[in-house]
Design a protein around this ligand. Structure first.
Ligand SMILES: CSC[C@H]1O[C@@H](n2cnc3c(O)ncnc32)[C@H](O)[C@@H]1O
Ligand SMILES: [Zn+2]
Length: 432
């Protein structure tokens, strides 16, 4: 059995406390064998974590990882204009190879900021799965369905692709890939397709993930046409189950918060994207008070503009206070949960907790930095002060994906160069 020991660190425990312990990992099984005071010398290989914080690898609950190619392509616009005028025309020009390279770039960024698991909605999902396989992360992947602008045959084919991808890729990359059925949103997918394909998702036993209540423009037509709020409509369509999770949930009213809490459906909060697109502020503290499982997501790099969940954590804590006018709202402890098992639970991945038997998905954060001094409270540092560049080692499924900031599974220089070339050609094609 190959073993790895992480020694001398301070550990973020599942109950949110931090205390010293070494970690022994079974690299063949990809699990934590033991947490103890002195495991020095017991691992075949060792990572020295003295003056470091050892946390579960961070979990990104909503991304479009290949959108890194569109980072900086269209800034400072609201959601609808941004999608219609800039993003969708550019995405029409994407090739499978573009998506592979864009995904590799996004995965590099995730590894370098301590993320080990994520949920992703996009096209050409086999390309993204191949990148995940190579990079070594854990993911829940799905093909995003949009039927609004398509004829009936194309719309049905798109929805069927989402079901096929969910069935065929579940368990890929040695079990690190899980899947979901992913209709883009309640306004971009026609009711007839939800009626036909939601039962298919249930048959194959995968969760359903979609954008919901992101902007007021998205809520109003549903209320006008159907006389119910969007999440009541989602419940009618069978899309509000405990395994399901929605992205954004910005404009939810009290009745919808209650529905989410009763159903056990997760909400992935994306504060960076919501601020940049001026979509609004999600009522995160009210969701938490009602007992809703809240996770954290970056959304894509074109609306964020980076994929570091640490930035998202700080944004969540800050915007939570701004939204309520209450400085005690969305405290550091809640944010530490969002970064780890909170989001893992929302997207149904078994990760995010450092305990014997758990997945060995770990981020080691160097605390030896002026902005992390003095060492009053490491949970506070995690929520408010740790930056992506402080992540020193990233481990997923027991494998070291980054050691001393050197990514082991992808060639950083080559991926960045290829991504820049492909992005330039893509933007030229879209402008023609
Ligand atoms: C059909 S694949 C996913 C689809 O979603 C688009 N997208 C990116 N960010 C957002 C957002 O904040 N709200 C809604 N849709 C978004 C992405 O460009 C893809 O087309
Ligand atoms: Zn999104």
């Amino acid at each position: 059995m190959a073993t790895l020991a992480i020694t001398g660190g301070r550990l973020l425990r599942p109950d949110g406390t931090i205390s010293r312990a070494d970690v022994l990992i079974d690299q063949d099984e990809g699990t934590i064998l033991e947490l103890d005071d002195d495991l020095d010398g017991t691992g075949e290989t060792t990572i020295d974590a003295s003056n470091a914080l050892v946390t579960p690898g961070f979990v990104n609950g909503h991304s479009h990882v290949a959108m890194t190619l569109l980072r900086g392509h269209a800034d400072d616009k609201p959601l609808d204009t941004w999608l219609q005028e800039d993003i969708w025309p550019a995405e029409d020009e994407l090739t499978p190879e573009d998506i592979r390279v864009g995904a590799e770039l996004g995965l590099l960024e995730m590894i370098k900021s301590g993320t080990t698991a994520f949920a992703d909605m996009y096209f050409e999902v086999p390309e993204i799965a191949a990148a995940v396989d190579t990079a070594g992360l854990r993911a829940r992947l799905g093909h995003g369905v949009v039927t609004v602008a398509a004829d009936e045959a194309a719309a049905r084919e798109d929805a069927q692709t989402s079901i096929d991808v969910a069935r065929e890729l579940d368990g890929a990359a040695d079990g690190r890939i899980s899947t979901a059925f992913m209709p883009h949103s309640l306004t971009t997918v026609g009711e007839e397709y939800l009626d036909e394909f939601v039962p298919k998702a249930r048959e194959i036993g995968v969760p359903i993930h979609y954008h919901a209540n992101e902007t007021t423009d998205e809520v109003a037509p549903i209320v006008e046409e159907r006389g119910v709020r969007p999440l009541a409509y989602a419940a009618e369509k069978g899309m509000l189950e405990p395994e399901d999770f929605v992205a954004h949930g910005v404009h939810v009213d009290e009745s919808e918060i209650e529905l989410l809490a009763e159903a056990g459906t997760g909400v992935i909060h994306c504060p960076g994207s919501n601020m940049k697109l001026a979509s609004g502020m999600a009522p995160v503290q009210r969701l938490l008070d009602a007992g809703v499982t809240v996770g954290l997501g970056t959304d894509g790099a074109a609306s964020n503009n980076d994929l570091s969940l640490l930035d998202e954590a700080r944004d969540a804590a800050m915007v939570g206070k701004l939204e309520t006018g209450d400085a005690s709202a969305v405290p550091a402890e809640a944010v530490a949960e969002f970064l780890t098992h909170g989001t893992a639970d929302a997207i149904g991945l078994d990760t995010g907790r450092l305990e014997p038997g758990a997945a060995a998905d770990i981020a080691v954060i160097d605390l030896d930095a002026p902005h992390l001094t003095p060492p009053h409270d490491f949970v506070s540092h995690l929520a408010y002060a740790v930056a992506a560049a402080d992540v020193k080692h990233t481990i997923c499924d027991g494998q070291v994906l980054m050691r001393d900031r050197e990514v082991q599974t992808l060639d950083e220089r080559a991926v960045c160069d290829r991504a820049s070339e492909r992005a330039a050609a893509l933007v030229d094609r879209a402008a023609e």
